[in-house]
Design a binder for this molecule. Structure first.
Ligand code: SF4
Ligand code: SF4
Length: 284
């Protein structure tokens, strides 16, 4: 009897590494001997918009698109994206979701009330279709391991149990595709994600970052090259590059914490902290 084609959906926000994660999943499945087809949409990635990747695998796969209500597992890098894509999971399937909440930049502007724009949670979305939830705080785990950019590997670790392939293939795919020099920390993140167990659906999402007061902007000038990307994308005009090519905070009291600048900085030179965090110094 031919092997049944299976599907997986990865979804997140531009800058979270959804596309790389999709490449790793596809590579791991190919290494395990499956026919694999992948499709992705990332046109809004540079604007903090939704990014998703569909992956199907089996003996012979015709189409890369996962039909609704058929995926084995949804890997959501952000909680609202989990809700957006949950209908793609088959009855009895699994949702691996990062509890991180990112307010879309468009919703940030002028509202000052994330609670009115961020989606609430209807637990029936999960319960009625007997979905299991595996919830992660991937960014915190990755930070504890020493590199917040490995959060995607934490999520992949949690996803790996639903794909039915040996861990050796996952680890080989990670080693071959993550940026050079980060193989070990990504493998550690992946293994940490493998330990994530089933959880109950939270009735209320974690409060999204933002709107609890102006966030704090930290610039690492040893890494910043003054490319101007962050200042151009900031919806609140908090940043500006001066005539010497140095990035400055020019509007500190209106930062909503949308993290767009942090996500899009190619040099990891800017960090956004919640209002209550004590930011000791910005390196100059
Ligand atoms: S995007 Fe990064 S490197 Fe470019 S100006 Fe902003 S902080 Fe500096
Ligand atoms: S400084 Fe960064 S986090 Fe703050 S509003 Fe601008 S883009 Fe968003």
């Amino acid at each position: 009897m031919p092997e049944q084609t299976k599907g997986l959906v990865l979804a997140g926000v531009g800058g979270q590494g959804v596309i790389l994660a999709g490449m790793i999943v596809a590579d791991a499945l190919v290494r395990a001997g499956h026919d694999v087809k992948q499709s992705e949409v990332h046109g809004m990635a540079q604007r903090g918009g939704s990014v998703f990747s569909h992956i199907r695998w089996g003996q012979s796969v015709d189409s890369p698109l996962v039909p609704e209500a058929s995926a084995e597992v949804l890997a959501a890098f952000e909680w609202a994206e989990a809700l957006r894509w949950v209908s793609y999971v088959r009855e009895g399937g699994a949702v691996v979701a990062d509890l991180r909440t990112i307010v879309p930049p468009g919703a940030c502007r002028n509202t000052r009330s994330w609670a009115t724009t961020y989606p609430g949670v209807d637990p029936d979305l999960f319960v009625d279709r007997r979905l299991t939830a595996h919830l992660v705080d991937a960014a915190s785990t990755a930070t504890e391991l020493g590199n917040v950019r490995t959060a995607g590997s934490v999520i992949l670790g949690a996803v790996s149990r639903f794909c039915g392939i040996d861990q050796i293939h996952w680890e080989a795919a990670i080693e071959s595709l993550v940026p050079r020099g980060t193989e070990e920390v990504n493998l550690a993140a992946f293994r940490a994600g493998c330990e994530v167990g089933e959880a109950t659906i939270p009735v209320a999402p974690a409060p999204p970052e933002g709107f609890s007061g102006p966030h704090q902007i930290e610039i690492d000038h040893t890494w910043c090259k003054g490319c101007d990307i962050c200042s151009r994308v900031c919806p609140e005009y908090c940043l500006a590059v001066d005539l010497r090519g140095q990035l400055n905070v020019v509007n500190a009291d209106v930062c909503t914490g949308c993290h767009l600048c942090e996500l899009l900085c190619p040099d990891f030179a800017i960090s956004i902290h919640p209002p209550s965090t004590e930011v000791v110094t910005a390196v100059d």
